[in-house]
Ligand binder design. Structure first.
Ligand code: C2E
Ligand code: MG
Ligand code: MG
Ligand code: MG
Length: 280
């Protein structure tokens, strides 16, 4: 009973908090080192058009490669990069590497879209558009084959500051996608007001379309919404033939998911596309 006295609880709490803070500080230092040592790389997940299954593009996903061959997931390091501001140099690395690599596929005659995730801090950089322009110039990548993925939460939180950047990117022919659609605190108002081209339905809704009627209705409604607003609809996280059949029946435009391919290192992507053969 004395074990759970307020004092003991307090000590346990501060001990856990200290451990957590120490872990984050360590992770920040490690992430800095990883950037210095060029250990941030990019994997690419194919995006496939329905109903024919042609690969239309790829999403760039950041990877942190450890010296022992292991991998830190972006779910762990992107939030820390975002909090510490390291997302700015990291985001630039992802942009430069992915545009460079996919541009070599363009030069080999493969007309692919490239989607790159942008986080809130990147989006609020006053010189975001200038640095995007610089990378486009440096790599020769066509602006009209580039797409940026942003989340609803980002837009809702920073609507006024985001507007300018969104319009400037859009005027360059860059496509804009809402990522994880349906999970944020959203207002449908922005569908009308912002230059959005693509909605990506979150994986959590796609997962259960076969056995949860309300998720099925939700996905169906989002598909209709996209059609009514003239947006392309991408379903994320498609893993089963049943999910694919469901989405095909509703005339979903594109899908992305393990059913077709996991995110791949660049060389593996190149091989995947060769076997796939069907890129336009
Ligand atoms: P996201 O942008 O929504 O990316 C999709 C995530 O779902 C990826 O996880 C992908 O590997 C995973 N996924 C795709 N298909 C399936 C499937 O069929 N089943 C399952 N279970 N998962 C699937 P990943 O690569 O771990 O990335 C996680 C998140 O980290 C991304 O979610 C994105 O929000 C963020 N992220 C990744 N790279 C970057 C980046 O370069 N910059 C920024 N700002 N965020 C990034
Ligand atoms: Mg994404
Ligand atoms: Mg997503
Ligand atoms: Mg996500």
């Amino acid at each position: 009973q004395a074990k759970d006295s307020g004092k003991n609880r307090y000590h346990r709490y501060t001990r856990e908090l200290n451990a957590l803070v120490t872990k984050r500080i360590q992770m920040e230092a490690d992430l800095r080192t990883a950037l210095d040592q060029d250990r941030i790389t990019v994997h690419f997940q194919p995006r496939v058009a329905l109903p024919d299954g042609n690969t239309t593009g790829v999403e760039a996903l950041a990877r942190w490669e450890l010296p022992d061959g292991g991998m830190v997931s972006p779910g762990e390091f992107i939030p820390i990069a975002e909090e510490t501001g390291l997302i700015i140099p990291l985001g630039l690395v992802v942009l430069e590497k992915s545009l460079n690599q996919i541009q070599t596929l363009h030069q080999a005659g493969q007309d692919l879209y490239l989607s790159v995730n942008l986080s809130p801090k990147q989006f609020q950089q006053p010189d975001l558009v200038e640095s995007v322009d610089a990378v486009l110039r440096k790599t020769g990548f066509p602006a009209n084959r580039l797409e940026f993925e942003i989340t609803e939460t980002l837009i809702m939180k920073h609507l006024e500051t985001s507007l300018g950047n969104l319009h400037r990117l859009s005027r360059r022919g860059i496509r804009l996608a809402i990522d994880d659609f349906g999970t944020g605190y959203s207002s449908l108002y922005y569908l009308k007001r912002l230059p959005i081209d693509v909605l990506k339905v979150d994986r959590s809704f796609v997962q259960d379309v076969e056995d949860d009627p309300s998720d099925a209705k939700l996905v169906e409604t989002i598909i209709l919404l996209a059609k009514n607003f003239g947006l392309r609809l991408v379903a994320e996280g498609v893993e089963t033939q049943g999910q694919l059949d469901f989405l095909n029946a509703l005339h979903c435009d594109e899908i992305q998911g393990y059913l077709f391919s996991k995110p791949l290192p660049f060389e593996a992507l190149r091989q995947y596309l060769e076997q796939d053969g069907a890129t336009t």
